[in-house]
Design a protein around this ligand. Structure first.
Ligand code: FAD
Length: 501
């Protein structure tokens, strides 16, 4: 059956990201794109920290960066600072760019380890531009200083989620997407194929379609409630199941930092996402070890100023749908699954879900092979991210609460154990199946959590020490020089993308 009508259910970040992308389909055939959402139900109201591929998502839509950032009170993000994770008082940054550079095929952290073994005491972090710039609250884009001798700057954004969805709504509507207001009250399925055919809204009006994109949030209106796809629960590996979100003013007079903060508490952790006009804050916690009131009080006690809204309490079950694409329904965003926001991966998964969908989409109809490829690749992506998140919880020496004792001693997937053991022994990291997190990410978090590299790639021993010292001195010098001439992040925002007052 040819696809002539695409229906998106949901007007949150996922729905509008899908609508904006699909509005650019140019095949010469008519495809009607309708998005239905309910103001009364609203959106989840969180999801403000992104990772670098999101910059490219906006570029592909030909969105002007400065205009978008001004519209969404956006700021730049160079990485995530983790505090109190490996042990209380610890702090490290997971940066978005690499450490140094590879020499003769050997990754930098092995070269650093070799020099370390020879007595060089400089920490790995000083060889990373994003870490140093974040530390000093500095920012510039590569385009501002483009020079072959200096390292590029890798970044993502902090965005106001509601404003970003509104921005994409304007974009998509200008390109022909029709938005319908209303609550979907009933979903009709075809008796033979089981495909979704028609949605009935609470005012009795109907919307029929050939392909449905379920962006209805945690409830999974089509993928779960209508099709009963099933859910794989990962709570035994990622036990946090609650969050309370609360934005605040920056009454402490601080400027927006160019990084997200993730500060561990006794049964979870707190995020701080700096926007131009306010901070986004939230406390992700495990209901088995902490009550809602306590989580709320800890959050309020650790914010930079007075709350600007009422607390938003959320419940979730970490995991994924058994199928992301079932019959003629593709689930994106929270409808597809959820892993907590520790590494800001949810919006990224919406992004990659959309690009996989667009890659396999054919307006001639839906085939099993499309669905199988989409489901297999998405499943791998989820599992690799899951392992990376578990790493933060499991690899800790914290024993100051029942929660941390549980996380430290819980069983973890074999795939993760293999990764940490290889690193412990030889510093080796294999990037599996095109996974999102690369060598820098794994190195940053494993070393940050306190796993020491027990050795390095034997090829690093074949490089002359003098040459190695010269190279890494040069790297450190150029990073320090560059950070020295950069403006502060706050000054950069004021000049490049100031939001209207
Ligand atoms: P929602 O925002 O819930 O939107 C669902 C839409 O469906 C709404 O428009 C609603 O009105 C509509 N709808 C539902 N039912 C019906 C119906 N019956 N009829 C009509 N319409 C209906 N992600 C990140 O990348 N970075 C982060 O920092 C981050 N932080 C997070 C923190 C927390 C605590 C949580 C829970 C999530 C976080 N996320 C984060 C995830 C992020 O919020 C989501 O991925 C993103 O907002 C997309 O949500 P959504 O569009 O899938 O769902």
């Amino acid at each position: 059956m040819a696809i002539e009508r695409i229906v998106i259910v949901g007007g949150g970040t996922a729905g509008w990201m899908a609508a904006a992308t699909l509005s650019r389909i140019r095949t010469g055939r008519d495809v009607a794109i309708t998005l239905v959402a309910s103001e009364a139900i609203g959106t989840v109201g969180v999801g403000e920290a992104t990772i670098p591929p999101f910059v490219n998502f906006n570029k592909l839509l030909e969105i002007d960066e400065a205009e978008m950032l001004a519209a969404v009170q956006g700021t730049f993000k160079l990485g995530i600072q983790f505090a109190n994770w490996g042990k209380l008082g610890d702090r490290y940054i997971h940066p978005f760019g690499g450490y140094g550079y590879e020499i003769e095929g050997v990754s930098f952290h092995h070269l650093w380890h070799r020099l370390h073994a020879e007595g060089d005491r400089r920490p790995l972090q000083v060889f990373n531009l994003e870490t140093l710039a974040a530390h000093f609250g500095k920012f510039a884009r590569t385009a501002d200083y483009a020079s072959d001798d200096l390292p590029p700057m890798n970044y993502a954004y902090h965005i106001d989620a509601g404003r970003y969805a509104a921005f994409l709504r304007r974009y998509a509507e200008a390109r022909g997407v029709e938005r319908r207001e209303g609550r979907v009250a009933d979903v009709a399925l075809d008796g033979e194929s089981g495909f979704v055919t028609t949605l009935t809204l609470d005012d009795g009006s109907e919307i029929s379609g050939d392909l449905f994109i379920d962006c209805s949030g945690f409830r999974g209106l089509l993928i779960e409630q209508a099709l009963g796809t099933g859910y794989e629960d990962w709570t035994h590996w990622l036990p946090c199941d609650r969050a309370v979100a609360l934005p605040c003013n920056r009454d402490d007079g601080s400027e927006p930092a160019p990084f997200t903060r993730a500060t561990a508490h006794s049964a979870g952790w707190q995020w701080q996402v700096p926007l131009q006009h306010r901070n986004g804050n939230g406390h992700v916690y495990c209901s088995e070890f902490m009550a809602d009131d306590e989580a709320h009080d800890i959050l309020v006690a650790n914010m930079a100023g007075k709350p600007t809204a009422d607390p938003n309490f959320l419940r979730f079950t970490t995991g994924r749908r058994k199928k992301f694409w079932n019959r003629n329904v593709v689930a994106l965003g929270l409808a597809a699954g959820f892993m907590e926001p520790l590494e800001s991966t949810s919006i990224h998964l919406i992004n990659t879900g959309i690009s996989k969908l667009v890659s396999v989409l054919s307006l001639d109809g839906i085939t099993q092979v499309q669905q199988d490829a989409f489901n297999r690749l998405t499943g791998i992506e989820y599992a690799r991210i899951r392992d990376f998140l578990i790493l933060h919880y499991h690899t800790t020496t914290r024993d100051d609460s029942e929660f941390w004792n549980h996380c430290r001693t819980m069983a973890v997937p074999d795939t993760l154990t293999e990764k940490t053991e290889l690193f412990r022994r030889s510093g080796q990291i294999f990037r599996e199946e095109d996974e999102l997190f690369n060598e820098t990410s794994w190195t940053a978090v494993m070393t940050g959590q306190g796993i020491a590299m027990g050795g390095h790639n034997v090829m690093a021993d074949g490089l002359a020490l003098d040459r190695l010292r010269d190279e890494i001195d040069g790297i450190e010098k150029s990073i320090r020089y560059l950070v020295g001439i950069m403006p502060s992040h706050a000054a950069y925002l004021r000049k490049y993308c100031p939001a209207p007052a």
